[in-house]
Write a protein that binds this ligand. Structure first.
Ligand SMILES: C[S@@+](CC[C@H](N)C(=O)[O-])C[C@H]1O[C@@H](n2cnc3c(N)ncnc32)[C@H](O)[C@@H]1O
Length: 231
């Protein structure tokens, strides 16, 4: 049955007890895992059609890419990149004939652990950055698999722009907001929201199952930092 998707079940009642120390450790360390060639090639190919001037949108973990297409249609002046590690998902049939697909977008089959770092190392700045319905990894022992507790995460806010994460598991979004706040020294909130026109298949499925959706949105380039020594 279609609209019977479940909210992630977890023994974790709130923010993971080790999240803060994990994020602080990653912020201090230099994550130097060597890049794999296929990620480097995918990174370069994803920028080959970019004129170097159009503002960039990254749809990180785009799955079948419907959100990438919608974003490219909504932002015709932007270059939109949908990245996913799954060739199977990326190559699934799109809801438009090829001839009608927007020309200002590209899909890249790559591991975000390399892709995000390649972007940051190249000094690239994003205008918008979406992390939509990442795998929640709700088991307590799986903290390190959630993006915000992964060693690559400090590279994510370095890319700048308007960063948005969405999930149907409120703890994921709460942790994400806390981690971004720790890394940037900003007050970062999160909230439930409605999705009258779902951006992704997961969003549609969760919404149609009657679930509450949550998001964290942070303007990394404009929001003032918290004062370090408030008087
Ligand atoms: C739950 S799906 C959500 C897909 C899409 N954003 C949506 O909402 O329909 C999570 C996606 O993240 C991708 N993913 C997970 N780890 C990844 C990684 N290390 N690099 C790139 N993509 C990854 C998976 O292949 C999957 O397509």
């Amino acid at each position: 049955m279609y609209a019977n998707s479940k909210i992630p079940e977890s023994a974790q009642p709130g923010v993971h007890e080790h999240l803060i120390e994990r994020v602080a450790k990653h912020a201090r360390s230099d994550f130097r895992k060597p890049y794999l060639d296929y990620n480097k090639a995918a990174f370069e190919a994803s920028l080959a059609g970019w004129d170097g001037k159009a503002p960039l949108i990254l749809d990180a973990g785009c799955g079948v890419g419907h959100s990438t297409i919608q974003l490219a249609r909504a932002h015709p002046e932007h270059w939109v990149i949908g990245v996913d590690q799954s060739e199977d998902r990326l190559s699934r049939k799109k809801p438009y004939p090829d001839a009608l697909l927007p020309k200002n977008m590209v899909f890249a089959r790559a591991d975000l652990v390399d892709y995000w770092r390649l972007m940051a190392d190249a000094g690239i700045r994003l205008d918008r950055h979406y992390i939509l319905y990442p795998n929640p990894w709700p088991k307590i022992g799986h903290l390190a698999r959630r993006w915000h507790a992964h060693p690559v995460f400090p590279f994510v806010p370095r890319l700048g722009g308007r960063l948005e994460c969405r999930s149907n598991w409120h703890i994921y979004v709460e942790e994400f907001a806390l981690a971004i706040g720790l890394l940037t020294g900003r007050e970062v909130g999160w909230e439930p929201f409605e999705a009258p026109s779902p951006l992704t298949p997961f969003e549609r499925k969760y919404r149609d199952s009657g679930q509450t959706l949550y998001r964290c949105v942070v303007e990394l380039d404009s929001q003032p930092k918290l004062e370090e020594n408030p008087s």
